[in-house]
Design a protein around this ligand. Sequence first.
Ligand code: GDP
Ligand code: CA
Length: 325
Amino acid sequence: MTRVVVLAGGVGGSRFCLGLRAALEGRVDAAAPASGFDIVVNTGDDLWLSGVRLQPDVDSIVYALAGVNDTERGWGRAGDSERVNSELQEWRAGWPWFTLGDLDLGTHLARTGWLREGSTPTQVIERMSARWPLGARLLPMTDAEVDTRVVLEDGRVMHFQEWWTRHRAALRPARFENPGIDAVVPAPGVLEALAAADLVLIAPSNPVVSIGPILAVPGIHDAVRSARGRVVGVSPIIGGRVVRGMADVCLSAIGVETSALAVAAHYGARSGGGLLDDWLIAEEDAASAADIARVGIRPVVTPLWMRDAATSAALAEAALQTAGH
Ligand code: GDP
Ligand code: CA
């Protein structure tokens, strides 16, 4: 039984987790029963809106693993409608540029109710996960509320979601912050899962605003660093470009070039105080393999585009095999 823990954000994270579930299920036999895996999810994107708690990255992963996600649009529930959203707009409640689907609102109402009744985010996610056979355990990075905020070059500060969704990342960011994160603790089970892991995977998620907040929760970076098994990362950069999204703006803001090499160096080599043993890069970036090796990280060239179930599973399979599993 191979115990796998994945650090993940929304879109890249959920596609990768779908692939990983398929790859792990593909190797099940009587001697090695299905183990499932743990996903430590970014909650920096979470916010309160119109009285309900939203957890965009958690929901992306839950919906994708449950098979109820809208694959065309890339977010929310398949076949959703927007009746309540129209009514909220008539009331001028919430954010006019942030659509909440009716089925999605059902999730948010259930979650908010349970939180109001005293459940922790971890308990709420556990309860939500019980509805569908997800094949994985989702753990929020922390039970505390630590929003990701963007400090703009002009000094304005806004919630990450407003910058990303309303302004399409077009306002120049000076930096990203998670106020109060230094004082929070990882959610129950996170450090234990990392300590018991045979393999830790860093999904091809946004390194700054998806993986960044997870690693900023005190204790998580060290727990990944001291994991027993290998730490394998998957580059979210293919051919020097981000795929599906605007992560390059986030990388530039923290002074990291949009390249597979620069992101690898940003995470750092485990041998040099960083996190990575291995880094999966695309054929298009093979020319930087020698430089990645020079940083102390083993580069592995493999197809990185997660176009469908098969390519996502093949990528996850490559990550497992890289670590000898
Ligand atoms: P978000 O929370 O919804 O922004 O999603 P994530 O942080 O999990 O993932 C966003 C990142 O996924 C982007 O920076 C993309 O570069 C990366 N990404 C999206 N699709 C793919 C893919 O097919 N392959 C790889 N390697 N990366 C991808
Ligand atoms: Ca996100």
